[in-house]
Design a protein around this ligand. Structure first.
Ligand code: GLN
Length: 494
């Protein structure tokens, strides 16, 4: 049986088949667990596979269906969770040694919503430690491999989730996106990855990295499935003070609607810094939208290119504060010493990896007296300028089109200079700084026959128009540009 067989028609179709009793949630869970067992030694998408819980949840779905009840919109659909989402009683490590042995006493809001929707949670996926990175190499558990070429990275930081969907191990997964961590791995793995509007999805139970930027969002092989998963996790949550009030409109039906009449701006400034194939995919995406009746035009928004510099001051500043809580007392690891300060220092020295330490030092520095105005405050001013630039652009356009990533998946170990790695997020960061939604849609094969995503950006709560355009891009995309793909390549068997 092929990896994708039970969900070859997509996650929404699978839920419908299980709801009708034509497919059993138990069988689907068993196939998925078997596929994970077969592929994950090589790919290492998962930090933990929760087989027993998954089978129990699947059985409960089958019992409900047999009793004539509807278990919910994701009835029996297997879902993988990035390992920075709290799961009650199940280790949540953020791929960091400092959380070793910690079991959250509660579920993240997105996790309880998934359970309520009938989803079957199958495990926790690998990430760059505390979601800091663009390749999933900064994991205390070792890297995840890209199934399109196992000598290459899947992107990051949600690389485990992206690779698991790309390899057909699960039809759906959740990730988090602070500067691009859903969209960039989606692009590098040939899957759909969507970062919702800030506040649309509750962050309660997402381990905080940079709280003004973090958002949880879906991965799927199809835009419609990503939208269906977003519908399940979106909506007001009193447990998150930044959660938006108001009803979430139906999103999945937008995917099939024509983009005719929509005004689309191509962010010309970004094309210069993208590889030939990544820039070309945007141009061809734009042509497809014109053919579908959209009004497409280039737009210059040079301010967006300053997002990266502002982000690498704001995100570390917030991270240095958020990560102060790992003190050897409240969570996970403790390295004992005779006094508290030495215990704190030893625990943090041993528990955090190099990139996390770099961010904490950078963040502490830019927040310190004497440097605050020159760095942190200045970065906040740049953030405001970027928001203003977006606001002006969205007076003329409903959505913007851009590359997701400057390049296709790069080889494991290729980027040892942190700055070079940071550049991976040049095109994704502005949406986080503004709190806007954006989605990466697999569109073409690029250099080395690796997948290339095209990014659709929208203003706050612009998900409906964004999904219309994403659906149109998907219909025009090269069919071989998206997963599922059997793991293969130079890294196989290593
Ligand atoms: N790669 C970026 C960083 O390292 C973004 C990470 C993210 O979105 N979580 O900060």
């Amino acid at each position: 049986m092929s990896a994708a067989a039970p969900f070859a028609g997509g996650a929404v179709a699978l839920a419908a088949a299980i709801r009708r009793g034509e497919e059993s949630a138990r069988r689907v869970a068993e196939v998925v667990l078997e596929e994970i067992a077969g592929a994950d030694d090589l790919l290492h998408c998962f930090n933990a596979v929760t087989s027993e819980e998954a089978l129990r949840a699947a059985d409960a779905v089958d019992v409900a269906v047999a009793a004539g009840r509807d278990p919910g919109p994701l009835c029996g659909v297997p879902v993988a969770l990035k390992d920075n989402l709290c799961t009650r009683g199940v280790p949540t490590t953020c791929s960091s040694r400092i959380l070793e042995g910690w079991r959250p006493p509660y579920d993240a809001t997105v996790v309880s919503r998934l359970r309520k929707a009938g989803a079957v949670i199958v495990g926790k996926t690998n990430l760059d430690e505390f979601a800091m990175g663009s390749s999933t190499e900064n994991s205390a558990n070792g890297p995840t491999r890209n199934p399109w070429d196992t000598s290459r990275v899947p992107g990051g930081s949600s690389g485990g989730s992206a690779a698991a969907v790309a390899a057909g191990l699960v039809p759906l997964a959740l990730g988090s996106d602070t500067g691009g961590s859903i969209r960039q791995p989606a692009s590098l793995c040939g899957v759909v990855g969507l970062k919702p509007t800030y506040g649309l999805v509750s962050r309660y139970g997402l381990v905080a990295f940079a709280s003004s930027l973090d958002q949880i969002g879906p991965f799927a092989l199809r835009v419609e499935d990503a939208a269906a998963l977003l519908e399940v996790i979106a909506g007001h949550d009193p447990a998150d003070s930044t959660s938006l009030a108001g009803e979430v409109p139906p999103l999945a039906p937008e995917v099939g609607r024509s983009p005719a009449g929509l005004r689309v701006g191509v962010v010309a400034d970004f094309l210069v810094d993208a590889s030939p194939a990544c820039a070309d995919a945007v141009r061809r995406g734009a042509d497809a939208l014109v053919a579908a009746g959209a009004a497409v035009e280039d737009v210059a928004i040079p301010e967006l290119l300053h997002g990266l510099s502002a982000y690498y001051l704001i995100a570390p500043a917030e991270a240095s504060s958020n990560l102060a809580r790992y003190d050897g007392v409240r969570y996970g690891l403790r390295v004992d010493a005779d006094d508290v300060a030495t215990m704190n220092a030893r625990t943090r020295s041993k528990g955090f990896g190099a990139e996390v330490k770099r961010r904490i030092m950078l963040g502490t520095y830019v927040l310190s007296a004497g440097y605050y105005d020159a760095y942190y405050a200045q970065a906040q001013r740049v953030r405001t300028l970027i928001m203003d630039a977006f606001r002006r652009a969205y007076e003329r356009f409903d959505v913007l089109l851009a590359p997701t990533s400057p390049s296709v998946a790069f080889p494991i170990g290729a980027k040892s200079d942190p700055l070079e790695m940071y550049l991976s997020d040049l095109f994704t960061i502005p949406s986080n700084l503004a709190g806007h939604p954006a989605v990466s849609v697999p569109f073409a094969l690029g250099e080395e026959n690796l997948p290339v995503g095209v990014q659709v950006l929208a203003p706050a709560l612009g998900e409906p128009a964004m999904l219309r355009v994403a659906g149109a891009l998907e219909r025009a995309a090269a069919p071989d540009a998206r997963g599922p793909v059997r793991p293969h390549g130079a890294g196989a068997g290593r």
